[in-house]
Design a protein around this ligand. Structure first.
Ligand code: PMP
Length: 450
């Protein structure tokens, strides 16, 4: 329901926020958070009555949009019957959520360890891998984001790691494929794939395979730029893990639950990891939930020996009830196929048409409801529209692009020199076209900086 404009309440909400809320990843006095009055489906409203089409899905998690009535009702019903119960007990919402998730995950990833979100899923996946192998190190990609807790931020490759990096022994970074800015001087996907795999094998061998517990990769790196891995890469990583007895962890926190037009991005590449982390889309983020899907072999390690880890709210009934309802909505409403089809038939051609018209668009890449436009000063040299990790004045062209999008009623996802097109997976064709038209207008502003 569209909320009534109420600037006075908006001002009070904003004032309390500014006085007391300490925001993530931010210089507290340099930010200006929008006060949000309400949200429904693919839209949200501020207190002035402005409506925004959310091309960010929150933080890429509202895969079925805001306020889906069936999920809201399921949460209300769970709250009325059993709001909470400790993790050591068998609880209907929890066991049903685990069953439904295990049914969708690839291969024999049939046991589910629940967490509160993505970062703690990564913490536990790497802990399981170390305990399972008895080895200390985890290899992770430079262009990656795995979460904000200590282990997850150390594994993360993007610059958010720097300030918190403890230089922990046990984390080694490597380069994953990214043909547009190839680290391997590759000109084709095939070269990029072969050379990236050779580089990874060299890293394993030179680190000492017997010291490597796990390789963790986002199946499709999200925050770092939605780089679809070339054909054969993930299968190649799987083969290296098998060759050297390494646990393969796929992080599907962002890419999972319909985002790529498959239930999991792993399905796109027909690859099964040993551990798979998830969060976000599992219940559209209505109540915090994440987890690790565990293979039979790793589950066996902890069959007779205790798993030394847990969380007070693991498998919280409200979050699990929201997951059950979300997974049922996704199946009943065909959300996954919708994401695949609308992505291929509307979003992709729409973005490619924008690239033709706007010199600031260097590359369009993605799949399903998971797309990135890489903005450049110069298409020939591929010089980014703003320098890597730019802030303040240096970031002005991207800030101008963002402001223009908002002026046209579109809330864009912006990271460095990219805008990601990551709307809810059930966005309608009309809404998608409305968003593309707003992007068209905003890109004209970006063009002024080429
Ligand atoms: N892994 C990936 C791939 C992510 O995208 C994110 C969040 N953006 C995380 C882990 C961390 O999840 P959370 O913020 O729920 O801890």
């Amino acid at each position: 329901m569209t909320p009534q404009p109420n600037p006075q309440v908006g001002a009070a909400v904003k004032a309390a926020d500014r006085a007391h809320v300490f925001h993530s990843w931010s210089a507290q006095e340099l930010i200006d958070p929008l006060a949000v009055a309400g949200a429904e489906g693919s839209y949200f409203w501020d207190y002035e009555g402005n409506r925004y089409l959310d091309f960010t899905s929150g933080l890429v998690y509202t895969n079925i949009g805001y306020q889906h009535p069936k999920v809201v009702a399921a949460i209300q019903e769970q709250a009325a019957t059993m709001t909470t119960f400790a993790p050591a007990f068998a609880v209907e919402a929890r066991s049903e959520a685990a069953r439904l998730i295990a049914e969708r995950t690839p291969g024999d990833l049939d046991k589910i360890f629940f967490t509160n979100g993505g970062a703690d899923a990564v913490e536990h996946a790497t802990r399981m891998a170390r305990l399972h192998t008895g080895r200390p190190k985890v290899l992770a990609a430079y262009r990656s984001y795995h979460g904000g807790t200590q282990q997850a931020i150390n594994l993360t490759g993007d610059p958010r790691r720097w300030a918190s990096d403890t230089g922990t022994a046990g984390v080694v970074h490597f380069w994953a494929p990214y043909l547009y800015r190839s680290r391997f001087y590759a000109e084709t996907e095939r070269q990029e794939c072969e050379r990236a795999l050779q580089h990874l094998e060299d890293t394993i061998v030179f680190e000492g395979a017997q010291t490597v517990a796990a390789i963790i990769l986002e199946t499709v790196p999200g925050t770092a730029g939605i780089m679809i891995p070339p054909p054969g890469y993930l299968a190649g990583v799987r083969a290296l893990c098998d060759k050297y007895g390494i646990v393969f962890v796929l992080d599907e926190v962002m890419a999972g639950f319909g985002r790529t037009g498959e239930w999991f991005a792993a399905d796109l590449f027909d690859v099964t990891p040993d551990l798979m982390t998830f969060a976000k889309g599992v219940n559209s983020g209505y109540v915090p939930l994440g987890g690790v899907a565990i293979s039979g072999e790793i589950a066996e390690t902890f069959a007779k020996r205790p798993y030394p880890g847990g969380l007070t709210y693991s498998g919280h009934p409200l979050a699990c009830a929201a997951a059950v309802a979300t997974l049922n909505v996704m199946a009943d409403e065909g959300v996954v196929d919708h994401a695949a089809n609308l992505g291929a038939q509307v979003i992709e051609p729409g973005l490619r048409a924008l690239a033709e018209r706007h010199p600031s668009v260097g590359e369009v890449r993605g799949v399903g409801m998971f797309w990135a436009l890489e903005l450049v000063k110069n298409r020939e040299t591929r010089e980014p529209l703003v320098p890597y990790n730019a802030t303040g004045e240096a970031n002005a062209p991207m800030a101008a692009f963002g402001a223009a999008a908002k002026k046209h009623g579109l809330w864009p996802f912006i990271n460095m020199n990219r805008t990601h097109v990551v709307p809810p997976c059930n966005i309608t064709e009309t809404e998608a076209k409305e968003g593309l038209a707003a992007l068209d207008a905003a890109l004209s502003v970006a063009d002024e900086h080429t």
